[in-house]
Ligand binder design. Structure first.
Ligand code: SF4
Length: 301
């Protein structure tokens, strides 16, 4: 263990803190985390632990969700500038106009959204539970924000629902093309292709499996296949390889790198713990309304 990792471990114990890290973080961050997961697993963990401080290694909307679910805890985002461009593509006013346009529709937001947007929606979803949560809603018509690709994927799984997609997208997954898949398949003919539903239709159509990051890890771990092409952010490869040392994992495209997820450095984690920076402070009324969307998700999934 390096010196900085020892210091982090000592500070964590002294301050009764835990470190939560998204699968897309770098390997050194993942190795100091108490829990590594996708948005769904981490939001549950944020609620269910008895730490006084949560150091959230991910992007801002994730740390906001942790704060909303555990308002009595101090939630720190080590890299203050780590945001999610997709989350910023939709604003609360967009939800209000969509509600006017479709007064009978339920309003669902992907967890990759700001807490101000969550406050205007009926329920949140993650890529792990989107199909299940949307299926359980009473409305036939569903406004789905912000990710157009996840919206389309949910619509295809639930033909009885009328999904009204928003035009947002993940700037990382959306740029991977069918041609990238053909190239990877040609060089690795025995590999299975596992992709995230934030990918476009032409990529999803060519995949052997479509699922959340947790779903991809589970599928690769349980499969008898030995080679996999992975169609989601490259950070997941560290976890896949650690869990499956006898298998080989290849990234579908070098475009699958989220610069925001890579903003957190190990020194930021140490400084967050040492100085209590950068604390997530939310407007209480808006956070209380956003909590209803997150609580409903946890209840329905
Ligand atoms: S991978 Fe995409 S959705 Fe996730 S944080 Fe980066 S830009 Fe946002």
């Amino acid at each position: 263990m390096r010196n900085i990792e020892k210091k982090i471990a000592r500070l964590k114990k002294r301050k009764n803190a835990i470190i939560l890290a998204h699968y897309y973080q770098t390997g050194d961050i993942i190795d100091v985390a108490d829990m590594v997961g996708d948005s769904y697993g981490l939001s549950k963990k944020a609620k269910e632990n008895d730490a006084d401080i949560i150091v959230f290694c991910g992007v801002r909307f994730m740390a906001e969700s942790a704060k909303i679910l555990s308002p009595q805890k101090k939630v720190l985002l080590p890299a203050a500038a780590a945001g999610c461009p997709m989350a910023d593509m939709v604003k609360p006013d967009d939800i209000l106009s969509l509600r006017k346009q479709y007064p009978n529709a339920g309003v669902v937001c992907y967890v990759n959204s700001t807490y101000e947007v969550k406050a205007e929606c009926d329920v949140c979803v993650t890529s792990s539970n989107a199909v299940k949560v949307v299926a359980s809603l009473p409305q036939k018509q569903i406004i789905f924000v912000p990710d157009q690709n996840l919206a389309r994927y949910v619509a295809q799984q639930l033909p009885d629902k009328e999904i009204i997609p928003y035009c947002g997208f993940c700037i990382v997954h959306h740029q991977v093309s069918g041609a990238d898949v053909d190239k990877a398949r040609a060089s690795l003919p025995n590999a299975q292709l596992l992709v995230h539903p934030e990918c476009t239709q032409e990529v999803v159509d060519k995949a052997d499996f479509v699922g959340s990051t947790a779903g991809i890890i589970k599928r690769a771990t349980q499969s008898d296949n030995k080679e996999f092409i992975i169609g989601t952010e490259m950070g997941i490869l560290h976890v896949l390889q650690k869990k499956n040392p006898d298998k080989k994992f290849y990234l579908l495209s070098t475009k699958l790198l989220c610069s925001n997820m890579k903003k957190t450095k190990i020194l930021d984690v140490y400084e967050a713990l040492k100085y209590g920076q950068h604390e997530i402070i939310l407007d209480e009324d808006i956070a209380a309304r956003a909590k209803k969307s997150l609580d409903k998700m946890l209840e329905l999934s």
